[in-house]
Design a protein around this ligand. Sequence first.
Ligand code: A2P
Length: 269
Amino acid sequence: KENSFVFHNGVEIPNIGFGTWQIPNEEAYDAVTMALKNGYTHIDTALAYQNEENVGKAIKDFDLPREEIFITSKLPAQIKGYDETLEAFNTTITNLGVDYLDLYLIHAPWPWDEKGADYTEENIQSWKAMEKLYNDGKIRTIGVSNFSVSDIQALIDACDIVPMANQIPFYVGHDQEDLLAFCKEHNIVVEAYSPLATGQTLNSPKIKEMAEKYGVTPAQLCIRYCLERETLPLPKSTHEERIVENSELDFTISPEDVKKLDAVEDVRK
Ligand code: A2P
């Protein structure tokens, strides 16, 4: 289907998600309601964002059956281990007020303050708990976030289920070629968080110039770029006109221009 990606177990995910990182709980209700009102049916949150409660309320109050909304949440980076994972999952579904999740991700391979540390064994234990929740029908798809090729390979080697998604920072100028190729080879859906590099790509002269050529906004060009690279963008905004703008992507970028965008200098380097 054109408007969705398909995981290796056959489950579909709408090809644009509403990102809620950095949306405080007080603002999450209105933001998610605006997103749903404007046609988004895929909402991405995490226990660590501390907004699950109002994300869940907005979804509940909105007039759509639960099965028509795709909800992703994440196991906090610092919570590792089998029982710990089951417990954190319960906290998340309680916060959200749902009885199942569409996608659950290990938020990062290491706690944020130990970036790069080796938590392979702990991640394997967490993954086994995710497999159990999946097999019990509590989660429709399971995946990881911020995982490198070797982090994913360790799970593939030790566990039964190949991760179905890897959510990574991906934006114009930050083209993660090797990781993308690896994920493609293993049928792992790549989700692009911060598709605007948290807004920093929008002032790039090259991006502005190309956006003008296509008659779109820099944000639309950057979000469309993710789709051209077969990654699933998760744009975030708390402004309704931007929420609408970010989902109006009815154009394509030529392969030559995609290459030019690949080569743009990384705004965050
Ligand atoms: P705001 O939430 O105030 O609208 P990313 O998705 O890469 O994390 O980027 C999110 C940042 O980009 C936020 O600061 C958001 O601001 C801003 N942003 C999102 N969409 C747009 C847009 N269409 N035009 C300009 N800025 C945007």
